[in-house]
Ligand binder design. Structure first.
Ligand SMILES: Nc1ncnc2c1ncn2[C@@H]1O[C@H](COP(=O)(O)OP(=O)(O)OP(=O)(O)O)[C@@H](O)[C@H]1O
Length: 297
């Protein structure tokens, strides 16, 4: 299995700071999708029929929808890791103002981890079972941030603390089989933020976790967003997760964005029948609590 830094996060070159580049001093978007369409070349089918959103630093966009609606393909398109035979067949994705269609492999390598990073479900498949987890995180830091081995190790422990793992030194020296699913998910988040990315895509990152661990991880993401200006794309079938974290929400169904807008507005005044259905289904999971919080804010 290739090391973590090669799988998702590969080597570093410094990227220019974006600064306040937008019109009228507004922050420039770190990620923008414009009418992105994704096609399965093998089957000739278009699976995603036009997704658009803009993400500025410190903002969070949520994508909700049933299984197979195209949420993960959309994220993979933004990360330049569509499965074989899939292609962006229309529209464009820009990271930090650069159209990803023009990026060379070396430029992609520089962007991944350092500018855009991701956490998916099933953390075990992204971590090497035969290397201690601390060494895997330290390797990302060495490659991406150019730190020496000892400093990278120290930073790995700091990151494990930052994701609220108790006894970070011990976890650092452990292997994946010694850790629970919740601990592994946090290790993966630590690895994903190790190179200080500006965009983090969290694709069902908390779905497999129990409610308490899920709440802790969502708090952690909210905190990173606030403290570091991290911009988030949060994919979840759970509206409560999106309600808690996101400013804007896209509701997807069968590859189509059926509704999009400020989270509060969409959740309080859904216009599409499918959104209303999702809300009705999720009320039992405590969505109302988050709606009340947003409304009071
Ligand atoms: N590697 C693949 N090979 C073939 N078809 C795929 C592949 N990945 C996705 N698809 C198809 O593309 C469509 C969109 O899938 P996608 O994974 O983006 O949905 P999703 O909304 O993320 O669903 P889930 O919540 O189950 O992850 C589905 O019809 C799916 O079957």
């Amino acid at each position: 299995m290739p090391p973590l830094s090669e799988k998702l996060l590969t080597p570093i070159e410094e990227i220019d700071e974006p600064g306040l580049g937008g019109p009228a001093g507004r922050p420039a978007p770190v990620l923008s999708l414009r009418d992105v369409r994704i096609k399965d070349q093998a089957g000739g089918r278009e699976l995603v029929h036009g997704v658009s959103f803009t993400l500025t630093p410190g903002k969070a966009v949520g994508i909700v929808g049933e299984s197979g609606s195209g949420k993960t393909l959309t994220c993979r398109a933004a990360l330049g890791i569509l499965p074989a035979h899939f292609e962006i067949s229309g529209g464009s994705v820009a990271i930090d103002g650069s159209d990803i269609a023009d990026l060379t492999p070396a430029q992609w390598t520089a962007l991944r981890g350092a500018t855009i990073s991701a956490v998916f479900q099933d953390p075990a498949s992204y971590l090497n079972p035969s290397i201690r987890v601390g060494a895997q995180i330290a390797e990302v830091i060495r490659v991406k941030k150019g730190l020496k081995r000892r400093e990278a190790h120290r930073r790995a422990i700091e990151l494990l603390r930052a994701v609220h793992l108790r006894d970070a030194e011990l976890v650092c020296s452990q292997y994946t089989y010694e850790l629970s699913g919740g601990m592994l998910q946090r290790v993966l988040i630590a690895a994903a933020i190790a190179a200080d990315p500006r965009i983090l895509i969290a694709d069902e990152a908390t779905t497999a976790l129990d409610v308490t661990v899920q709440a802790e991880i969502l708090d952690l993401l909210a905190d990173l967003r606030e403290r570091t200006g991290l911009a988030l794309v949060v994919v979840s079938h759970d509206l409560a997760v999106v309600a808690q974290l996101c400013d804007e929400v896209l509701v997807m169904r069968e590859g189509e964005v059926v509704e999009q807008g400020p989270t509060r507005e969409v959740l309080h005044h859904p216009r599409h029948a499918y959104t209303r259905l999702l809300i009705a289904e999720h009320e039992q999971y405590g969505l109302e609590k988050f709606l009340a919080t947003k409304e009071d804010a």
